[in-house]
Design a protein around this ligand. Structure first.
Ligand SMILES: [Zn+2]
Ligand SMILES: [Zn+2]
Length: 449
C-alpha cells in the first residue's frame, strides 16, 4: 500500500507587531544644516529625474531576462549582463561570486559607512502561461523532467531595478558619503541538490567583507500588492524554513493479525496528530505565527502487509528564534514518545533551510521615513508576517538589515484575482519598477548620509 498525502493541517495566525515607526521623525524635522539639506535635496531631485529617464531601459532589461530566464546557480547570462553594466558605470566588479553572482563596489566621493543592496537573479522550473511578447522561451531539464523556465517570482524585476539604481548612484557618486556594495545573488530559490548556493554561500565567500558592510537592504516585488505601495514589518518578517524527516520503525506482520507486529502507519498517523497539537495546543500563537506541515508520507507496498517502516517529510515555519528552538524540541519529543508508547521507534532529522528574515528595529526606525518620503507615507504600510521563507535571512543574520515588499499588481485589481508567485500565470505590472529603482537609490543615499 502506498500512502501519499498532501499537506495536513497548517495553522496560521498572523499578527502585526506594534508600530514603531509611528514615533519616527519625518525627514524635514531632522536637524541638519541648510547647506547639507540643499545638497541632499539636489541628490533626491537627480534620483527622481534619472529614474524617469532610465525607466524604459530598466523595463527593457527586465523583459530580456524574462524572455531568457535562468535556473538557480545557472545565471550565467544574467550575471554577465549585470557585470558588464556595472563595469560600464565604473563600478568595481567581481564576477562568479558564489558561483554565478556579481559583487559591485561603488566608492563614494566622501568617506563614510558601507551599505549593501541586494537583488536575486534566479528563475523557476515553471512553464509560463502569460500571453506577453516577451514570455519565456526557455526550457530545461529539472530533476530529470523537461520543464519550462520562468521568472515566476519576479527576480528579473529585482535585477533590473538594482541595475537602474546602480546607474543612478554611479552618477551621484561624488556626493555619496561612503560606499555602496551591490549584491547580485544567485540561487535564492535553492541550489540544485548537492550544490551550495544563494545568500548563504555569498556570506561564506565574504560578500559582507572588503569593504565591511554596515547594513543591507533587499526588496521583493509582490504580484498581489498594488503598484506604488511598499509593505514592511519590523522584527521577523519572513519565516525560518526547516525541513524535517521522521522515520518510524515498527515490526512487520500480516495485515490480518496486527497484534503480531507493530504498525508504523498507525503510529505515523498519531505522530501527525501530535505535530498538529504542537501548533494548536502548545505554541504561543499570539507571539508569532508558526506552521508544521507534513508534505509526504510513505510506507508499505501491499494491502495485507503491515510494513516495517513508514517515512514522513514536512516543513516547519517559524518567525521567532526562541519559538523555533522550542518547536524543534517538541517535534523530537512528540515523535519519539508516541513511537515509544507503541513499542516502535522514531528517528527525527531537522534540516535547516533558511533562518528568519529579521528586520532590524533600529535600522527600520531610521530608514522608514526615507521610504515614506519616496513612496508617499500613505503608500507605506505595515504588513503581517509571511510564512514563506527568503534566504536574504543569511545577510540579515550578519548585519542590520531591512527587507521590503514592493507592489507589482495592476492598480484596481483584487489580490484574490492576482496569480500568486511560483505559478504559470504570475504577472508583474512594470509600472511598479520605477518606485523600486528610486527606493534602492534613496535607501543607499539616506543610509550613508
Ligand atoms: Zn520565490
Ligand atoms: Zn522570490
Amino acid at each position: 500500500m502506498n500512502l501519499q498525502k498532501g499537506a495536513l493541517i497548517a495553522l496560521l495566525l498572523f499578527f502585526s507587531t506594534a508600530t514603531i515607526y509611528a514615533q519616527g521623525t519625518s525627514l524635514e524635522k531632522r536637524p541638519s544644516s541648510a547647506i547639507q539639506l540643499s545638497a541632499t535635496n539636489d541628490i533626491y531631485t537627480t534620483i527622481d529625474k534619472m529614474a524617469d529617464e532610465i525607466d524604459a531601459k530598466v523595463i527593457q532589461w527586465r523583459r530580456q531576462m524574462h524572455e531568457f530566464p535562468e535556473l538557480s546557480n545557472r545565471e550565467f547570462k544574467t550575471g554577465e549582463m549585470v557585470a558588464k553594466h556595472l563595469e560600464s558605470l565604473g563600478i568595481e566588479v567581481t564576477r562568479n561570486f558564489a558561483k554565478t553572482g556579481v559583487k559591485g563596489v561603488l566608492k563614494g566621493g566622501k568617506p563614510g559607512p558601507v551599505v549593501a543592496l541586494r537583488a536575486d537573479m534566479d528563475a523557476l522550473p515553471v512553464t509560463e502561461r502569460v500571453d506577453i511578447p516577451f514570455a519565456s522561451k526557455v526550457k530545461a531539464v529539472y530533476n530529470g523532467v523537461e520543464t519550462g523556465v520562468m521568472h515566476a517570482c519576479g527576480h528579473d524585476t529585482h535585477v533590473a531595478m538594482l541595475m537602474g539604481a546602480a546607474e543612478i548612484l554611479a552618477a551621484v557618486k561624488n556626493d555619496l558619503k561612503g560606499t555602496v556594495v551591490f549584491m547580485f545573488q544567485p540561487a535564492e530559490e535553492g541550489a540544485p541538490p548537492g550544490e551550495e548556493g544563494g545568500a548563504k554561500l555569498m556570506v561564506k565567500e565574504g560578500i559582507l567583507n572588503n569593504p565591511k558592510v554596515d547594513a543591507a537592504f533587499g526588496i521583493h516585488i509582490s504580484s498581489r500588492e498594488e503598484v506604488g505601495k511598499i509593505n514592511y514589518k519590523v522584527a521577523g518578517v519572513m519565516a525560518a524554513a526547516d525541513r524535517f524527516v521522521i522515520n518510524v520503525k515498527g515490526k512487520q506482520s500480516h495485515g490480518s493479525m496486527p497484534w503480531g507486529g507493530i504498525d508504523p502507519i498507525t503510529v505515523s498517523a498519531q505522530i501527525i496528530q501530535g505535530l498538529n497539537n504542537i501548533i494548536s495546543r502548545q505554541t504561543e500563537l499570539t507571539k508569532e505565527a508558526a506552521v508544521i506541515s507534513v508534505g509526504m508520507i510513505q510506507g508499505g507496498v501491499r494491502n495485507n502487509i503491515i510494513p516495517e517502516s513508514c517515512k514522513m517529510i514536512g516543513t516547519i515555519r517559524t518567525l521567532d528564534v526562541e519559538m523555533q528552538k522550542i518547536i524543534h524540541d517538541k517535534i523530537r519529543l512528540t515523535a519519539t514518545s508516541i513511537a515509544e508508547s507503541a513499542g516502535a521507534t522514531a528517528e527525527v532529522e531537522i534540516v535547516p533551510y533558511a533562518p528568519v528574515v529579521y528586520n532590524n528595529l533600529e535600522l527600520s526606525r531610521k530608514m522608514i521615513p526615507s521610504v515614506e518620503r519616496v513612496a508617499g507615507a500613505e503608500n507605506v504600510k505595515i504588513t503581517k508576517a509571511v510564512t514563506g521563507a527568503e534566504d536574504f535571512a543569511f545577510f540579515a543574520n550578519e548585519v542590520p538589515s531591512m527587507f521590503l515588499f514592493l507592489g507589482g499588481m495592476e492598480k484596481g485589481m483584487s489580490p484574490i484575482d492576482a496569480p500568486p508567485h511560483h505559478t504559470p500565470d504570475f504577472y508583474i505590472d512594470e509600472s511598479g519598477l520605477k518606485l523600486g529603482v528610486r527606493t534602492y537609490a534613496n535607501l543607499a543615499v539616506d543610509y550613508l548620509k
